[in-house]
Design a protein around this ligand. Sequence first.
Ligand SMILES: O=C(O)CCC(=O)C(=O)O
Ligand SMILES: [Fe+2]
Length: 235
Amino acid sequence: MTSALFGDDLLERPRRVVSPGAVHVPGWLRPEQQSWIADRFREWAAGPVPLRAASVRGHEMSVKTVCLGWHWQPYRYSREATDVNGARVLGFPDWLVRVGRLALAEAYGEGEQAERYTPDTALVNLYDDQARMGMHQDRDEASREPVVSLSIGDSCLFRFGNTETRSKPYEDLVLASGDLFVFGGPSRLAFHGVQKTFPGTAPPDCGIRSGRINITLRVTGIDDVSTRTAGRGTP
Ligand SMILES: O=C(O)CCC(=O)C(=O)O
Ligand SMILES: [Fe+2]
């Protein structure tokens, strides 16, 4: 009873700086926010670019992804999903920019960095019970602004390592539904991956019954001016 009232689960999983610039905030999204985002996920997955497993060096990833703003494929960003169906990806919604700014303020404190943070792409991943993600760096962005990660649904075992190698030292932590994880600064290029999910752990009110959604907000650092003026005739 009191644990439901006073959130013992959150007391047991305190907010934590995992390494300099990498901050884990358990239970940051409220259940109604999680389930609202899960509804948006279903809209995004409906297209124009469907969820797809990206191919990395000829191997399909076990995770399925849909992108907003810019489409990611190994190892670049484009407006059109040329490796899927050629359609232009959905725009990056304003509310997600706001979420990104709130996330940075939560992780690093209020201030100019949080106010100015303007993510322009989101990689939205869906994990089924077997899916995992090998150790990698997020380094296809020209910008080194932080990555904001939001998790909804089943918990997972997340491995967060160092910037030099895929191997130790690293730390394994559980990312549960509603958790925020931000990595920037000296941890921006840390290797990380998802070892496994824990099927059946999605809370009943999170908006998905099974599986895990992870959203990473990023700043591509792509200068769009060349695209916009490519038609010439600009005075
Ligand atoms: O699912 C996660 O928590 C991490 C996802 C990730 O590392 C990525 O999309 O690059
Ligand atoms: Fe990543």
